[in-house]
Design a protein around this ligand. Structure first.
Ligand code: ATP
Ligand code: MG
Length: 387
């Protein structure tokens, strides 16, 4: 979750203790003002701590789905419609995120998640089912996403997480872009601020859904061009102008989208300290390769070699390059990104059907050859009196 006390490198420029007071983050004009209002407005179920404890088998270590800056995420089971804890393997599977840090910062993110996901619904946003607020306990209950995060699929080496194919990478990019387009639409008008591969969750059909709205912000109102904020987000993904000025726009999310698209194309992490210097920051490393058809092939993920046409790879690289433009206004909108990815899918389909046709033609030719050779064999065998 987008927390500034994450174990990973997080950005928090203005205060080193990582704490945000409610005074330093005034509610935006559209947001409800008090916690009571947020909880009341959200269309969510309130769970008791005991139900979630039982549903996750006492937060058993072997039911941990992942760990983030906010805390651990556990797999659990509940009955519907009673929403009581259920036996493992029965009822509805849920993911329970448990805040394991003290302090206002964690509580603020917990509340922001409820504020946004309690009111925004889209097939490319993860569904928040409910929450728990009891004594010091702060938990969030989500729909379970069986294939985990995109980060796991791209970077975790295990038999469970097979490398994603090229087509699935484009499908996931498109789903995530649609989620972003919804957030940026006039209907939602939200800046996500934490677009990264660990926040893109994948369902059993490889539909991508955005999760973690702890850092989300209402977009600018009254004709303003940006929202001013303290700089928060994740190193390697955050837009440079946002890091330099704190001016946040929807195009800051587009920059982060460009970084994730690069991760999908190259199979490299946005920041990887284990690589040689010069290759550690993906954007810096990849940019010189994005402009030419020939060069892009040098940095494509070797695990998907042969699965894409060179035209499709070039298009994807050009899209990434546009998203990563230095000037935010030169970056495409999320709607334009969606369109570009849909066209890319079409292009890929067209080149696949061309390839299939030519394979078929080759087969037909082989068969024709067989047909031609068949009577000759027949003729020779009949001449030898075999038939
Ligand atoms: N609804 C869910 N269904 C299945 N797995 C989930 C779900 N939510 C989270 N996870 C798993 O738990 C991991 C940790 O998630 P979390 O959002 O807490 O942290 P993160 O996104 O990895 O890091 P950060 O704190 O920097 O945002 C995810 O990467 C994912 O593998
Ligand atoms: Mg997350």
């Amino acid at each position: 979750m987008g927390s500034c006390f994450s174990v990973r490198l997080k950005i928090e420029s203005s205060r080193l203790d990582g704490k945000v007071t409610s005074a330093s983050v005034p509610p935006s004009p559209r947001s409800p003002r008090s916690q009571a209002e947020i909880l009341q407005l959200a269309n969510l179920k309130s769970f008791s701590f005991n139900v979630l404890k039982t549903a996750t088998r006492n937060f058993r270590p072997d039911s941990v789905l992942g760990e983030g800056g906010f805390g651990s995420v556990f797999k659990g089971w509940i009955d519907e419609p009673s929403l009581a804890a259920a036996k493992p393997g029965t009822g509805t599977v849920i993911a329970v995120k448990r805040l394991n840090h003290e302090g206002i910062q964690g509580h603020q993110e917990w509340l922001a998640e409820i504020n946004y996901l309690g009111q925004l619904y889209h097939q490319n946003l993860v569904k928040l089912i409910g929450y728990c607020l009891e004594d010091d306990h702060r938990l969030l209950v989500y729909e379970f996403m069986p294939r985990g995060s995109l980060e796991n699929h791209l970077f975790r080496r295990s038999s469970y997480f097979q490398p994603l194919s090229w087509n699935l990478r484009i499908k996931v990019a498109l789903g995530a872009a649609k989620g972003l387009a919804y957030l940026h639409s006039p209907e939602a008008k939200v800046i996500y601020r934490d677009f990264k591969s660990s926040n893109i969750l994948i369902d059993s059909n490889y539909n991508a859904k955005l999760s973690d709205f702890g850092l989300a912000k209402d977009g600018p109102v009254d004709g303003k061009s940006h929202v001013s904020t303290r700089v928060m987000g994740t190193h390697g993904y955050a837009a440079p102008e946002y890091m330099a000025t704190g001016h946040l726009t929807a195009r800051s999310d587009i920059y982060s989208f460009g970084v994730v698209l690069l991760e999908l194309l190259t199979g490299r992490r946005s920041i990887d300290k284990n690589r040689p210097s010069g290759e550690q920051i993906l954007v810096v490393f990849a940019k010189p390769y994005l402009s030419s058809k020939r060069k892009i092939l040098h940095i494509m993920d070797p695990r998907i070699e042969g699965q894409y046409s060179s035209a499709a790879a070039t298009r994807a690289a050009i899209l990434a390059m546009k998203c990563l433009m230095k000037e935010p206004q030169h970056r495409p909108t999320a709607d334009e990104v969606v369109k570009a990815l849909e066209q890319l899918q079409e292009l890929q389909k067209a080149s696949e059907s061309l390839r299939m046709e030519s394979v078929q033609k080759d087969k037909d030719n082989e068969n024709d050859n067989k047909v031609v050779s068949y009577p000759r064999t027949l003729a020779s065998s009949s001449s030898s009196g075999g038939v």
